[in-house]
Design a binder for this molecule. Structure first.
Ligand code: XIL
Length: 381
């Protein structure tokens, strides 16, 4: 039995145990009866299929690449999208809406509108929230990157940002990605492209965790990165750093793997072992941004074999997390191809999510659902 850490998750499970919810506590979206086209029966939902205490999440589309497409903030207006978001998931991650360039667009101005809306939506639907992210080399506003600030000013700016943003949502965020992608693939700290580490030295990372903890002692504080699914130079660097920080009493709670996978490469078969070695340090672990992209044939339509392979990757990533005691949060980076970042960032690749543009479920969706069900059944035995 997994330790049941989060009251909201258990509430969600309790609510979903009611046969076909009648809209209680779900003023928005509208009740099940209206949702004809895609079966939304309770047993069919990812969040209901999950074992107790295990949350299944998705990124919430908006900001970032969306702004350059004709769908700048799908979360705010796509009704069907919102319905599925509420029905299927027990955790949400703002895809861009809590990043520096979005939430802190000018030095003396924060824009909390979308982040607030996501947190409120989550509370209405008994979902937990993963905050993303506080210290990163990317998606920083120009006023910050090009501001010519002194070291003292930069330190004060970071401290103020963390205190303000984490403090605003104190008690309402389950996990924060405090530091995102601080190592390169060789396991070297990003001392050039990360403004904080470049200007203030590696010690700033520990301070970021301390400030976040002060602002919200209840939030679990994470390191998050890509290409750390396997045991490799980069994940080794985290493994060493975390031990060092824990020995100094720095409040680090978790290590998470983004898991932006591609069927071009083999599945990282040692994912479970890798998560386990962080678990052994006393950390929580999580899968935070899973998607599985592929090279699209000229027709743009993947073959049945490609879909099968993709489903297999989704299933194995979920199984790895389920097999690790402290891995209780599993998030996919969006659920529909319609709003995926993949075609915008990886030329010729796509079809990375568990639903099509029209929200039709792919084999990958059923792979997740059936794997969750099997885990729940095994737990109840
Ligand atoms: C991506 C978003 O999906 C895009 O909308 C945005 O344009 C760029 O960032 N690692 C992360 C995420 O930690 O924040 C990134 O999200 C994907 C890679």
């Amino acid at each position: 039995m997994r330790p049941l850490r989060f009251a909201t998750a258990s509430l969600a499970v309790a609510a979903l145990a009611l046969p076909l919810m009648t809209g209680v506590a779900t003023a928005d979206p509208s009740p099940d009866r209206a949702a004809a086209p895609h079966s939304n029966a309770t047993f069919d939902r990812l969040r209901a299929a999950a074992p107790e205490g295990f949350v299944v999440g998705t990124a919430v589309a908006g900001g970032g690449h969306h702004l350059s497409q004709d769908y700048p903030d799908p979360f705010t207006y796509d009704r069907e999208y919102r319905k599925i978001l509420a029905r299927q998931f027990s955790s949400v991650s703002p895809e861009n809406q809590m990043k520096w360039d979005y939430i802190h667009p000018e030095r003396d101005r924060y824009d909390f509108a979308q982040a607030d809306a996501i947190v409120e939506f989550a509370e209405r639907h008994d979902q937990v929230v993963r905050g993303h992210t506080l210290l990163w080399h990317s998606q920083n506003p120009e006023w910050l990157e090009k501001g010519g600030f002194s070291k003292e000013e930069l330190r004060a700016i970071l401290r103020e940002h963390i205190t303000t943003v984490v403090g605003r949502y104190a008690g309402r965020i389950q996990q924060w990605d405090v530091a995102n992608e601080i190592f390169d693939d060789q396991g070297r700290l990003r001392t050039q492209d990360n403004i904080w580490i470049r200007e203030l030295g590696p010690g700033i990372v520990a301070d970021a965790f301390r400030w976040a903890h002060e602002a919200d002692p209840a939030a679990k504080l994470f390191f998050n990165d890509y290409n750390v699914e396997s045991v490799n130079a980069k994940s080794n660097a985290y493994h060493a750093l975390v031990q060092d920080l824990l020995a100094q009493g720095v409040p680090v709670d978790g290590f998470s793997v983004q898991a932006h996978l591609s069927t071009r490469y083999g599945f990282p078969g040692d994912l479970k072992d890798n998560l386990r070695r962080f678990d052994a340090l006393g950390l929580e672990t999580a899968v935070t941004e899973l998607d599985v992209r592929m090279d699209l044939p000229e027709s743009g339509v993947p073959t049945a074999e490609q879909e099968r392979k993709q489903a297999d990757y989704y299933r194995r990533a979920l199984e790895a997390c389920l097999a690790v005691d402290g891995c209780n949060s599993f998030t996919i980076w969006g659920f529909t191809d319609k709003y995926s970042w993949v075609p915008v960032f990886f030329e010729g690749e796509g079809f990375a999510n568990v639903m099509t543009d029209d929200f039709d479920r792919k084999p990958a969706f059923y792979a997740l659902r059936d794997t969750l069900k099997a885990a729940k059944k095994a737990e109840n035995r």
